[in-house]
Design a protein around this ligand. Structure first.
Ligand code: NAG
Ligand code: NAG
Ligand code: NAG
Length: 469
């Protein structure tokens, strides 16, 4: 008996401190946001890169989420034949190809590798790992990504360190004193000045067409030429070529130097050949396709699918999962909550509504959502998404858990309401067991439910806060 009482007291203390912290946090958030109806929509947008050839925009996560992890959501668009120049970030980034095709080049165990990505592909680029993105297709490339600030320097939303660069963006290397670089590259100051002053078009550049910046086009040609795995052999051949052509005084000299410089740069930054050989040839991770996966759940009203660390192992390290949901017109995801993760969602298509409730049972947000909107739901908070009557609602997103998230459904055929059905639950609601059973069993569908069938579900009969007053 004593232990039960102390457990109960412990529980009450915990509840109290949780609600105090939560209360403080949410009050602060509410005061800061102009429109409290949009408390859980991500609206703080920041353009981190914008050029002729593309742009990157990031929606910043709001801080202070009571020791729970947060993610930023980024949107990258790249014009046909463009390059996002080589860089590394202070944050792990998981990219999802919404449309178009891309090649991602990155360092894996000191080797340079490239992966071809197509629509629906998911790929993880760990913090501190150098990479570049290329769109060599004739169509636009659209990427949505999660950016995990947990490893970040905390200086800005996230920090890019450009490897190649010049006047804009500046290469991280250009900060070193000339004599250090001359020694590191084993090259003359004149050669290095050429390398670090040409680039001025920003972090996303056109390549391989009339506007081509010769230096980046060269960079990509170099990559294709050496086929990456054969870097070493290529370097030897090129050295021989260089020796032959060194004799010739012509306009080709400059081109040779550009190639030479890139090779040196890659070698310096992307790791040493001897190390590379020792590490053997372990293949870098493949991508994983979200669109090709079979739904984990499907009924007449929609489907949902999730990817976690067991489907795509790099996610185990980052502790991030992904999901994709399609609700047909007039359907809803039953009220549920995530016991282990904060959820971020991006509306890909359609329109609908999302409701989120506070721990004390009052309505926290009831917002219309449309394509391009980004929302988040704190861990433990109950919520539901609804497709509008006219069109399906398709959304996708990230969760801060790479293990199976196992959302808990509160209502529906496979829900807490059903599994807890009994005298205790009836007593908790203050109704007879008979009433309780009738209410809990009325819904025959699970997870994804129709909202058009019953009159009580129409908007006017379903006001936001009427049951909590
Ligand atoms: C419930 O909690 C929220 C957030 O802390 C607060 O704004 C709201 O006033 C509370 N509602 C009630 C009925 O206590
Ligand atoms: C630097 O370059 C010179 C001439 O190309 C070469 O002889 C020398 O071995 C190089 N030194 C290093 C440390 O690579
Ligand atoms: C979503 O479901 C609707 C039918 O409700 C269907 O027309 C649409 O193609 C689906 N979207 C996807 C991406 O499967």
């Amino acid at each position: 008996m004593g232990s039960r009482v102390s457990l109960l007291i412990l529980f009450l203390v915990l509840c109290h401190s949780l609600s105090v912290t939560m209360g403080r946090f949410w009050r602060k958030e509410v005061e800061e946001r102009e429109d409290p109806d949009k408390l859980f929509l991500m609206l703080k947008s920041k353009r981190v890169a914008k050029t002729d050839a593309g742009e990157m925009r990031v929606l910043e996560s709001y801080g202070g989420r009571v020791s729970e992890r947060s993610l930023h959501i980024g949107f990258i668009t790249m014009e046909p034949r463009s390059l996002f120049v080589p860089q590394y970030l202070d944050s792990t980034m998981i990219i999802f190809l919404r449309s178009g095709e891309a090649k991602v080049g990155f360092i894996y165990r000191d080797r340079l590798a490239e992966r071809h990505l197509k629509m629906g592909d998911v790929y993880q680029i760990p913090a501190g790992s150098a990479f570049y993105l290329v769109n060599m297709e004739d169509q636009k490339l659209d990427i949505i990504c999660s950016i995990d600030p947990s490893e970040s320097l905390g200086v800005d939303i996230f920090q890019s360190f450009y490897i190649g660069g010049g006047a804009h963006p500046a290469s991280v290397l250009s900060g070193f004193e000339p004599e250090i670089l001359e020694a590191a590259f084993n090259a003359s100051g004149a050669e290095l000045r050429k390398l670090f002053t040409r680039q001025y078009e920003g972090p996303i550049v056109h390549v391989g067409d009339s506007h081509a910046t010769s230096i980046w086009t060269k960079f990509l040609e170099l990559k294709e030429e050496d086929k990456l795995e054969h870097m070493r052999e290529m370097m030897q051949e090129e050295e021989e070529e260089d020796e032959v052509e060194e004799e010739e005084e012509s306009g080709e000299e400059e081109e040779q130097q550009t190639r030479w410089s890139w090779r040196k740069l890659l070698e310096t930054v992307f790791g040493d050949e001897a190390v590379r050989r020792e590490k053997g040839t372990r293949r870098p991770p493949r991508s994983c396709n979200l669109y090709e996966r079979k739904p984990d759940f499907e009924n007449r009203y929609g489907w949902s699918v999730a990817i976690d660390g067991s489907h795509y192992f790099p996610l185990k390290r980052s502790g991030v999962g992904l999901y994709h949901v399609n609700l047909s017109a007039g359907s809803m995801m039953a009220p549920h909550m995530n016991p282990r993760a904060t959820e971020y969602g991006i509306v890909l298509k359609g329109t609908g509504r999302i409701q989120i409730v506070f721990p004390n049972g009052s309505n926290a947000m009831d917002a219309e959502i449309k394509e391009g909107d980004v929302f988040f739901i704190p861990r433990y908070f109950a919520f539901c998404q609804m497709a509008s009557r006219g069109q399906p609602l398709e959304f996708f997103g990230f969760t801060t858990s790479a293990q199976r998230n196992r959302p808990q459904f509160l209502v529906g055929a496979t829900s807490l309401m059903r599994t807890m059905l009994g005298p205790e639950l009836a007593a908790a609601f203050g109704v007879t067991q008979e009433t309780m059973r009738r209410v809990a069993n009325a819904q025959h569908e699970a997870l994804i439910l129709p909202i058009t069938s019953s009159s009580s579900a129409s908007h006017s009969h379903f006001p936001s806060a009427s049951y909590s007053e």
